[in-house]
Design a protein around this ligand. Structure first.
Ligand SMILES: O=C(O)CCC(=O)C(=O)O
Ligand SMILES: [Fe+2]
Length: 342
């Protein structure tokens, strides 16, 4: 089942989308095996149109091609707003696992949140909601195609995430809709990261993205096959590359899935490494990352089928409580420090 000898399996979702009940169960079983062993999987047959992906990738590339001066026009107006453009080396993901001294990640990124809130539903207007559902910042004047392309892509990701969560429920011997009321008002942040060409070596110990686990339920990643890519840490501590297969997405579980399952499933440590020096020129790499995050008030506690015969490891938390705990650990270095150097 593993792709090309990798520890990360490739799983065809097509039978789960179009097949019989038995087909769905069979795909769910594969998802469960990957979740239990490495916490990463590569999915093909996902049904997301290639054109939607391509438009989102092209619009994003055009955004990052703007001058630093143009890009900072789309930066968040204050540090507590996690939207819009963040300049190169503004933070280090390794700070979220306690490595406060780690050097800043050599990437720039753009954050997008939900854009279609039903304001007649009080969930979306509470003081907590006001803090989370900030207005998006769109680069309309400079890249008018960005907003529609990203909205279409984000909608596709919502559908794919719902399918994956249903497969997770099946794999955990839960009713297929078990996660439904925990994700139907999700608070997903999508991050588009650009890792620029690296003509020069970075500082010792500095990476494109430092080691971390993701904070939410699951992450859907679309990236490129470039020198200097994504690595996952195996249970015995080795770092191994994740295969980049045309037309697929990489899925990884986040901390909430590990807590829900009492660590039967893994929220795997991963990082983005630098290209070899001789391949630094031409190594520019872009990732579209959909951090599927359950409803802010979703309670995360050991699910019944994972509590059998084992002590429960984690105290209950909520989706938002965990997210904010991790966000507060992120050691933001001064923002937009080198914005015009890219
Ligand atoms: O760009 C990648 O391949 C993954 C980045 C990542 O792990 C993240 O942004 O959380
Ligand atoms: Fe990550």
């Amino acid at each position: 089942m593993n792709f090309d000898g990798s520890v990360v399996p490739i799983i065809d979702l097509n039978p789960a989308r179009t097949g019989t009940h038995a087909d769905r169960q069979a795909v769910a079983k594969q998802v469960g095996e990957a979740a239990r062993s490495i916490g990463f999987l590569v999915v093909s047959g996902h049904g997301v149109p290639a054109g939607v992906i391509e438009r989102a990738e092209n619009a994003s590339r055009r955004f990052f091609d703007l001058s630093g001066e143009d890009k900072v026009k789309y930066a968040a107006p204050s540090a507590d707003i996690y939207r819009g453009y963040f300049g190169i080396e503004t933070g280090n993901l390794a700070s979220t696992i306690g490595q406060d001294e780690a050097k800043p990640d050599h990437r720039e990124y753009f954050n997008i949140g939900r854009f279609d809130l039903d304001k007649s539903d009080p969930y979306f207007t509470t003081p907590t909601a006001m803090r989370i559902f900030r207005d998006n910042i769109w680069p309309d004047p400079d890249v008018p195609e960005f907003r529609p392309a990203i909205i279409d892509y984000y909608r596709e990701m919502e559908g794919l995430a719902a399918l994956l969560m249903e497969l997770c429920a099946r794999a955990l011997h839960l009713p297929p809709d078990w996660f439904q009321d925990k994700i139907n008002k999700h608070i997903t942040n999508m991050v588009i990261s650009n890792y620029p060409d690296q003509p020069e070596m970075l500082e010792d110990g500095q990476l494109r993205a430092g080691a971390h686990t993701d904070y939410g339920g699951l992450t859907i990643l679309k990236t490129e096959n470039k020198p200097g890519g994504l690595e996952v840490q195996t249970a015995d501590g080795r770092w191994v590359p994740v295969p980049i297969v045309a037309g697929t997405f990489i899925i990884n579980l986040g901390d909430l899935m590990a807590q829900w399952t009492n660590d039967q499933w893994v929220s795997t440590m991963h990082r983005v490494v630098n290209p070899p020096h001789e391949e630094g020129v031409g190594s520019r790499r872009q990732s579209l990352v959909f951090f599927h995050q359950p409803n802010y008030d979703a309670v995360i506690e050991c699910i019944p089928t994972c509590a059998i015969g084992q002590p429960v490891k984690y105290a209950p938390t909520t989706s938002l409580e965990h997210l904010e705990m991790k966000m507060n650990q992120m050691n933001d270095t001064p923002k937009f420090r080198n914005a015009d150097a890219v």
